[in-house]
Design a binder for this molecule. Structure first.
Ligand SMILES: Nc1ncnc2c1ncn2[C@@H]1O[C@H](COP(=O)(O)OP(=O)(O)OP(=O)(O)O)[C@@H](O)[C@H]1O
Ligand SMILES: [Mg+2]
Length: 230
């Protein structure tokens, strides 16, 4: 469904991605595992249209989306849940969710909010609270729900486990399994390899802007990960 070929991302003299190729099929959950500075966020921001590729191509089915603006890419179903969550702190939980559904028909937004409350019941209990008052885990759930409000074909998550207690991470993983089960493709960026391999079928290991290994989650061996991530 999405096919990235020889993607290069630079920030001036800094090369963040050195020509990487990644594919995600429809309905597939894939992870990109890598340490700090590997280029995970650069990859996701580039796919979301927030930064321009310096070279390479990004195809969504037969359409070239590399270099297109973020609002166009999101309308085509490629949606990013960003690193650090980017909750709009003064706005209520409900308003944050409504923002996520800005490109959906009004009538559907209400039904989608109900779906999100079913997925993350805690959000239903905090609908009128300011987003900034939620705990870290609740904010991550809100960020994921806000992304899902756009009814994405590909949901990208940039380190959703960052800074969260294992129990909260488990809740989030359960929700992502449900989302994947309904057919949404997932691209997950993580430093936490065991977590990533737990919920994705395939993984790419990204180190210093290059893919150093890839394969079925079961085949990306512990020793390999230890070599690159420790
Ligand atoms: N705006 C920027 N300007 C210059 N260099 C940048 C910028 N953003 C990222 N970089 C550099 O690009 C490289 C990749 O960074 P990126 O944030 O994509 O990595 P990451 O895998 O997401 O890391 P982390 O796990 O710490 O979030 C790093 O060397 C980083 O210093
Ligand atoms: Mg990052």
């Amino acid at each position: 469904m999405i096919k990235i070929e020889d993607l290069v991302v630079r920030y001036g003299a800094v090369v963040a991605l050195r020509g990487i190729s990644i594919e995600v099929e429809a309905g597939e959950a894939v992870s990109v595992i890598g340490p700090n500075g590997a280029g995970k966020t650069s990859l996701m921001r580039c796919l979301a249209g927030l930064i321009k590729p310096s070279a390479g191509s990004i195809m969504l089915d037969a359409q070239r989306i590399g270099g297109k603006a973020a609002h166009i890419v999101s309308r085509q179903g490629v949606v990013l849940v960003p690193e650090g969550r980017a909750i709009l702190a003064p706005l209520s939980v409900k308003q944050n969710l409504q923002m996520g559904g800005y490109n959906q028909p009004k009538a559907e937004v209400k039904a989608s909010i109900d779906d999100m409350i079913a997925l993350f019941p805690v959000l239903g209990r905090r609908l009128d609270s300011a987003g900034g008052l939620l705990s870290g885990g609740e904010q991550q759930m809100l960020a994921i729900a806000r992304g899902l409000m756009a009814k994405p074909r590909l949901l990208m998550l940039d380190e959703p486990s960052m800074g969260l207690a294992p129990k909260v991470v488990d809740n989030i993983l359960d929700a992502l399994r449900l989302v994947a089960g309904l057919g949404t493709s997932i691209l997950l960026a993580e430093q936490n390899a065991s977590l990533a391999l737990d919920i994705t079928e395939r993984a790419y290991v990204l180190v210093n802007g290059e893919i150093v290994a890839s394969g079925a989650a079961a085949e990306v061996g512990e020793d390999l990960l230890e070599r690159y991530l420790s």
